[in-house]
Design a protein around this ligand. Structure first.
Ligand code: GLN
Length: 545
């Protein structure tokens, strides 16, 4: 481990959903802007090994890293905001910690000792943090402790970070506490008491916060800051106001920079506050905030009512729109609603410029997605299908254009006469659910003369996967006769990775998840081109809009 690596721990107080993930990712971007290398670890206090087995209703999106870890969606923010490399090392859960310790106990590694939360669980937590520091030559390892201080389940993590401060000293460790300063609607007054209580709770666990990052609806006044400083034992300068932002989450790093969060962090470590520059981010923000055109994209899914189930999809669409200088309007369409009435399909899609069908599991809402895809295909409207979206497009096309009546995926109809989407043999025998899908990055070769090849501008790409089912290769010929082109395939095992319709303005679907690799500063080519085509469709189909 680099003996100069510094550790920043971020805990959360008062309540959840304060944006800890975005705030730590934003600080990461700012520190990179000062020329530092950073990595961020998410520590989740739940007992699942990873969120892969959790429902989107419980957890939001499952984010997938290049090396195939199924992680918390905060990893997505880390990757989008910073340039660090994120792997399964960056996503730690209580489940993983206990699993490792118990396996060691069964092997007899503890040599007759009693295995305990302290030191064995806390040692395992610390080793996960030190491992990231050791794997890369880093200036900063930042650690986000999931949950809220006061939760029983996060106590071992807090004890571990207390010990790290004890081991390394305050010149290598900084504690940030993200907290809420609510405004009471009746009195219109900002209240500091919840923050005082949260800090007290933290101190009882032996953790002294160095910085309080205070979320509030309005900026904190100087008076309020000094009150918080006095009661919470931090310097006034280190009480940082983080008010709600009206526009985009991508403005948060600049708001932090204006409030000197990055300088305060560097000062703590007695590091020079070097010249700050984030030119790629500046460029992205300029296009995001000064759109010259408009585009409206429908996302058709089953978990539309939830904010975070398609988080990376929404972000990748935002990046694609900014790259085209377009103001974006995302219309969230519940695929189950579409099944109720076909008039609704017309009504909704008349008003949009492109349709995206994202990934998903299970048969609910499938026919609604197929109706949306059929509308896009027959009306020449841009369509982008991702994972399950590709599978639905294959079903729709098989039924409509290849004479495969009743075509379906074996996932939804195991007895279908035409299983155009099915399991590979090695997946048929898989019994365990956790971590057994086709996960992480695989190569994809893009065929000569295909649209995907032109969009990517190269022959070989690496894209991330999270699925069990595949296109059934014996139907390839029937589909090619119907007019479908299999643009991208896996070079080693010949699995279908992308489909396209050359006779359609923009009809592309991918078995992989390109949304996981889109960044504001490096929008994914497929999303960028999908938005470009949608703007073109808008101009042609309805120039008055
Ligand atoms: N349910 C499908 C499969 O397992 C699609 C998965 C997805 O969209 N991520 O193959």
């Amino acid at each position: 481990m680099n003996i100069n690596t510094k550790f920043i721990f971020v805990t959360g107080g008062v309540c959840s959903s304060l944006g800890k993930g975005i705030s730590i990712a934003s600080l990461g971007l700012l520190l990179e802007g000062h020329g530092c290398n950073v990595s961020i670890i998410k520590m989740d206090p739940y007992l699942n090994i990873d969120p892969g087995t959790m429902s989107p209703f419980q957890h939001g999106e499952v984010y997938v890293t290049e090396d195939g870890a199924e992680t918390d969606l905060d990893l997505g923010y880390y990757e989008r905001f910073t340039s660090g490399e994120y792997t399964r090392k960056n996503s730690v859960t209580t489940g993983q910690i206990y699993h490792a310790v118990i396996q060691r106990e069964r092997r007899g590694d503890y040599l007759g000792r009693t295995v305990q939360v302290i030191p064995h669980i806390t040692d395992e937590i610390k080793s996960r943090i030190y491992n990231v520091a050791a794997a890369y030559d880093l200036d900063f390892v930042m650690v986000e402790i999931g949950g809220t201080v006061g939760d029983i389940e996060s106590i071992p993590f807090l004890e571990a970070i207390r010990q790290i401060r004890q081991e390394l000293g305050s010149n290598r460790v900084l504690n940030v506490h993200l907290t809420l300063v609510p405004t009471l609607s009746g009195a219109g007054e900002q209240k500091t008491k919840p923050t005082q209580h949260s800090v007290k709770e933290l101190m009882e666990l032996g953790i002294i916060p160095d910085i309080l990052l205070c979320r509030s609806s309005q900026p904190l006044s100087a008076d309020l800051k000094s009150k918080i400083a006095l009661f919470c034992n931090v310097s006034e300068r280190n009480v940082i106001s983080a008010p709600d932002i009206k526009g985009s989450i991508y403005q948060i790093p600049f708001m932090f920079h204006e409030n000197e969060y990055d300088s305060i962090v560097l000062e703590h470590f007695k590091m020079d506050v070097k010249r700050f520059s984030v030119p790629a981010w500046d460029k992205f923000m300029k296009s995001l905030l000064n759109p010259t055109q408009e585009v409206r994209i429908a996302v058709v899914g089953k978990y539309i009512s939830l904010q975070d189930s398609y988080r990376s999809i929404y972000e990748a669409i935002i990046h694609g729109a900014a790259a085209n200088n377009a103001r974006l309007d995302i219309v969230r369409v519940d695929s189950e609603d579409l099944e109720k009435t076909s008039e609704l399909v017309e009504e909704i899609f008349q008003e949009v410029d492109g349709i995206l069908v994202p990934g998903g599991f299970g048969d609910r809402g499938i026919e609604g997605k197929i109706m949306a895809i059929s509308r896009a295909r027959t009306k020449g409207m841009p369509f982008f299908g991702i994972c399950l979206g590709l599978q639905c497009a294959v079903i729709e096309f098989g039924r409509a254009m290849c004479g495969l009546t009743g075509a379906n995926s074996k996932e939804f109809d195991p007895g279908t006469p035409h299983p155009v989407i099915s399991l590979l043999e090695d997946q048929e025998i898989v019994l365990e659910k956790g971590g057994t899908m086709r996960l992480g990055a695989y190569p994809c070769r893009l065929g000569d003369g295909t649209r995907v090849r032109a969009i990517y501008g190269k022959e070989l790409v690496m894209e991330r996967h999270r699925h069990r089912y595949e296109f059934t290769n014996r139907y390839r010929e029937a589909y090619e006769k119907g007019g479908m082109v299999f643009g991208g395939t896996n070079p080693a095992v010949n699995l279908v990775e992308t489909i396209e319709l050359p006779n359609h303005p923009w009809f592309i679907a991918t078995q992989f998840h390109p949304e996981f690799k889109s960044k504001p500063t490096d929008p994914h080519p497929l999303f960028r081109d999908f938005i470009r085509a949608s703007i073109e469709y808008r101009e042609k189909s309805n120039p008055s809009r």
